[in-house]
Design a protein around this ligand. Structure first.
Ligand code: ADP
Ligand code: MG
Length: 382
């Protein structure tokens, strides 16, 4: 019998989307084919400590208010060293200055970062995994970092000629120094407009602003989370639709689904706490618009140098079916009721098959990268 691949599933983390990650991870852990893979759950506390053990997910779910205490009580503090050592995890006990290899050199063959937001989805974790030379699911450093930063992603969308709503990028320091010029920028975009922290997800820190009086409150809220904001014109009478992309250099697009938020827009409460937001698959759009969106989704995925997976979100005008790209998520939600796996299910790929496919794509990408030399070797000329 061939050896099972050891897959580290990493969740939690120092992110405002910590809780969302725990929900996604519970489903991924459940669905991974245990006859093919040996699963190593790795939880990162809100304080940034890495823990492993059977009960890590439960521990993190119960005690998220006391991040430091979790590490102290859980015992199994671990680290992944930033050197290519076959994904070895080491047990680190800083009190005793002890570093011990965990599991007799049985390192991780692959990692599935089920992390959302900062330090997980933004290239930071991907950087560590690159240094450790461990294959991992999803986009690499560049794709992750650009997808996470709405301002950078928009610049790339623009360069690729993808249609998007008028927007502006403002730094927190610029707003603090010269609030009037930000007011002018928003006046040019027109009200209502959306104020977003550039590098967050799950709608954290986002406001819809209907009039000048409300603008500074919205900017204050965004300023709690980020040093850079994206201001964007309201899509108006539009549907929110999403398309899942899967693959590496030759990605494919799923059918398109529609989100009908239970609140004025798809804010944090509508996403995770309000049961009445609706997902409609397929979206209520013409087949012509659907194939346009699939094409745009693949173009966006390639333009951002994504890999493995990506969910690309759009607005579609209800009257004209004009399409605007909104954003791309490199680690989309992964609960069975999340749009990313649901769209694949509707396109004929079950949740466990999808996980398996993502693992295979990660291995293929790592192998492809392994072809690159890391030192200069002159070509021999015949
Ligand atoms: N320009 C816009 N017009 C209309 N609704 C918007 C606009 N931008 C954002 N929204 C609403 O806010 C939600 C969150 O914004 P989004 O840019 O997707 O950020 P996040 O990365 O947090 O999901 C969207 O799902 C949508 O409901
Ligand atoms: Mg979104």
């Amino acid at each position: 019998m061939t050896k099972k691949l050891r897959i580290g599933v990493i969740f939690g983390g120092r992110s405002s989307e910590h809780e969302v990650s725990l929900t996604s991870a519970a489903c991924v852990l459940e669905a991974i084919d245990k006859t093919k893979y040996e699963v190593v759950p790795i939880g990162i506390t809100k304080a940034g400590q890495w823990l492993t053990g059977k009960n890590v997910l439960k521990l993190l779910s119960q005690q998220t208010d006391e991040p430091d205490k979790i590490g102290a009580t859980a015992g199994a503090l671990i680290s992944l060293l930033p050197e290519p050592k076959e994904g070895d995890l080491v047990r680190v006990d800083t009190r005793e200055g002890l570093t011990e290899n965990l599991g007799g050199g049985a390192g991780l063959d692959i990692v599935f970062p089920v992390l959302h937001g900062t330090y997980g989805e933004d290239g930071a974790m991907q950087g560590l995994l690159e240094l450790a030379d461990v294959p991992y699911v999803g986009a690499g450093i560049t794709g992750s970092a650009v997808a996470m930063d709405k301002a950078m992603a928009k610049a790339v969308f623009q360069a690729e000629g993808l249609p998007q709503l008028p927007y502006a990028v403002v730094l927190r320091s610029e707003w603090e120094r010269d609030p009037v010029s930000v007011e002018q920028t928003v006046a040019e975009l027109g009200y209502p407009c959306f104020v977003k922290p550039a590098s967050l997800g799950s709608s954290v820190g986002i406001s819809k602003v209907k009039k000048l009086d409300d603008l500074h409150k919205a900017l204050q809220e965004a300023a709690r989370y980020d040093r850079k904001f994206v201001l964007e014109k309201d899509a108006g009478n539009a549907r929110e639709v999403e398309c899942s992309v899967l693959g590496n250099d030759e990605p494919t697009a799923s059918t398109v689904g529609e989100v009908v938020p239970s609140r004025e827009f798809y804010d944090y409460m509508a996403k995770y706490h309000d049961q009445s937001s609706e997902l409609i698959i397929p979206a209520r759009i013409s087949s012509k618009t659907m194939s346009k969106i699939q094409d745009l989704a693949i173009r966006a995925f390639k333009a951002l140098d994504m890999a493995g997976m990506g969910r690309v979100d759009f607005f579609v005008d209800k009257e004209t079916e004009e399409i605007y790209i909104n954003e791309i998520n490199s680690i989309p939600g992964f609960t069975p009721i999340s749009m990313y796996p649901k769209l694949w299910e509707a396109s004929g790929l079950s949740y466990p098959e999808l996980i398996d496919r993502l693992i295979q794509l990660a291995l293929a990408r790592h192998e492809d990268k392994g072809r690159n030399l890391t030192s200069f070797v002159p070509q021999e000329h015949k």
